[in-house]
Ligand binder design. Structure first.
Ligand code: PEP
Ligand code: MG
Length: 576
């Protein structure tokens, strides 16, 4: 049986279904059973924890060697820490159930490790988080999926895989994934692309099918199709498609060492979109021209407390240190929409994408922005290549508001005698129709622009980027978007304000010649796409790209635009 969704991350994976369901670890309904009994429950759970880990560690050692096993046995050492147990028992004595006590103590450790200097120690925060979930699962009797037991041909199938879940998964063991929810630019999909894992999202009705663990499945992340129980012919066909995909990946390796130039030999800037240090390192390894977008909200996901100023300063400086020759554009927090960090405790909204999102959130929590601006100014004192970028701007006033806060922050840092940058380049994302329409005005308050097509598309076409019912409408090849992009790039150039593009479409081989033809020479894509974009870029001269872009602008529909682009790419011996 075939299902069609969104081609979220290219490539082919065929294997067996591994159903992923986020375990429900809510313990609100657990009733206190007396101090002694709760202590007994806690201690029994700790003993079971140790037993489970011993078994898993033995299996891990067999499968992947001593280092994997050491991570697990490290958790036993943590849970055996007498302070941890006695602190939990104290909380129980005050009337907390074992679950609440264990969660509170573990959280305290997790936050403490998160705030520490050295990365290895910070890694322990992840281990503690894992420990907490396992212990709660035991206490609540919830069966959890053991990652160490994942087969090598696992294809993860889930209702949704938000970024915070993916970052906690051993994705190197997963061949592909398929989800009912999400779209091309939902953050889970962005992460799948950066990990190079084929994925199809937005598969309406997927979880309503009779799915079983171990059931054969094909995921074609290039066409957006999945096949449940493929026939022998289909399997054969997809084995060879997977092979072709892997060969293509291998042939791209030479582009990892090249710089981005077009067919005329003109150098173009190709930076990376990152969500943290790991992506930044990957980008550096792949020769990225700096960072075009650092989504800093990823530092705030999956944790109960906000990252401190020190922690942020250290991370921004470390990322900047990796790209001494290039700019590192750090976007201030963009929460709301599909990014709702627990630490923010955000009020539920009917339309989160039209609500308190991006720069708007700073009006209610200027303190959070101030901490971030302090960290950015302090980081920039060490590395002058850091630039600030603001998300979801619709007006000049919003920019002026942030500039005023930055001034305050600078004055504070000066009075505290902390090294800081007095001034920093400040740019804005062009990702709302309002910003696109007043880009000439925004140019008076902005040092640079970056077009965010993920949002610009959903807001121009009023189609939620993560909603599978409408995300087929959320198509950047819509003539409205193409006109908008041409206008925005042209206006920015007229105002002599540098402009780049960091939306996901920048990595699409069909969009590349259009953007080049509209006059764009600065791009930022997922690090995993750098090599392919360099290859695509080198195949277009400016004249060819301009001719194609002009012709495309005369076409009236998404369909006609895509058909013409397909023809153009096919003629060049490429597939789209
Ligand atoms: C965008 O909207 O295009 C963008 C790059 O920002 P994000 O995907 O983080 O919303
Ligand atoms: Mg955006």
């Amino acid at each position: 049986m075939r299902l069609k969704g969104v081609a979220a991350s290219p490539g082919v994976g065929l294997g067996r279904i591994l159903l992923y369901r986020e375990p429900d670890l809510n313990f609100d309904k657990v009733v206190f059973s007396g101090v002694e009994n709760e202590k007994k429950r806690l201690n029994a759970a700790v003993a079971k924890f140790k037993e489970e880990i011993a078994l898993l560690a033995a299996a891990a050692e067999k499968r992947s060697g001593a280092s994997q096993a050491a991570i697990l046995t490290g958790q036993v050492a943590m849970i055996s820490d007498p302070y941890m147990i006695s602190r939990a028992e104290e909380l129980i004595a005050k009337g907390q159930v074992a679950e609440a006590a264990a969660a509170e103590v573990a959280q305290g450790f997790e936050d403490m490790f998160n705030a520490l200097e050295d990365e290895k120690t910070r890694q322990r925060a992840t281990d503690i988080g894992d420990l907490k979930k396992r212990l709660l699962g035991i206490l609540l009797g919830v069966k959890r999926l053991e990652w160490s037991e994942i087969a090598d041909d696992a294809v993860l199938v889930a209702l949704d895989l938000p970024a915070s879940v993916i970052s906690s998964l051993p994705m190197d063991k997963v061949l592909a994934f398929a989800t009912e929810q999400g779209g091309l630019t939902s953050h889970g999909a962005i992460m799948a692309r950066s990990l190079g894992v084929p994925a199809v999202t937005g598969l309406i009705g997927l979880m309503g099918q009779e799915l079983k663990d171990g059931q054969p499945i094909v995921v074609d992340g290039s066409s957006g199709e999945i096949i449940l129980d493929p026939s022998p012919e289909e399997s054969r066909d997809y084995v060879s498609r997977r092979q072709a995909w892997r060969e293509d990946q291998a042939s791209l390796k030479i582009y990892l060492k090249k710089v981005a130039v077009d067919k005329d030999g003109t150098r173009r800037l190709l930076g990376s979109n990152i969500g943290g240090l790991a992506d930044a390192r990957q980008a550096q390894e792949f020769g990225s021209d700096g960072v075009g977008l650092f989504r800093t909200e990823f530092l705030f996901l999956d944790r109960a407390t906000l990252p401190t100023e020190e922690e942020q300063t250290r991370i921004y400086a470390e990322v900047a240190s990796l790209f001494p020759e290039s700019e590192v554009i750090i976007r201030t927090l963009d929460v709301g929409g599909d990014k709702q960090p627990v630490a923010f405790d955000m009020a539920k909204e009917e339309n989160p994408y039209l609500g308190l999102r991006g720069i708007r959130y700073y009006q209610v929590r200027p303190d959070i922005l101030k901490t971030q601006l302090r960290a950015l100014s302090r980081g920039a004192a060490q590395y002058g290549n850091i630039k600030i970028m603001l998300p979801l701007v619709i007006s000049l006033e919003e920019v002026t508001f942030v500039k005023a806060l930055f001034k305050e922050v600078v004055a504070e840092l000066a009075s505290e005698g902390l090294p800081h940058a007095e001034e920093m380049p400040l740019g804005i994302m062009v990702e709302t129709p309002a910003a696109a329409l007043i880009i000439d005005l925004l140019a008076t308050v902005s040092d640079f622009f970056s077009v965010g097509t993920n949002d610009l598309t959903q807001y121009t076409l009023i189609a939620d980027r993560g909603n599978p019912q409408v995300n087929h409408l959320c198509d950047p090849f819509h003539p409205a978007l193409l006109r908008s992009l041409k206008g925005v790039i042209g206006e920015a150039r007229k105002a002599q304000t540098p402009i780049g593009l960091c939306g996901e479409i920048g990595g699409d081989p069909r969009m590349l010649p259009l953007l080049m033809g509209f006059g764009l020479s600065k791009f930022s894509v997922n690090p995993a796409s750098l090599a392919r974009v360099r290859r695509d870029m080198s195949s277009w001269s400016l004249a060819e790209a301009t001719d194609l872009a002009e012709e495309i602008l005369t076409l009236p529909t998404v369909e006609s635009v895509k058909a013409r682009l397909k023809k153009a790419l096919d003629q060049r011996g490429k597939t789209s």
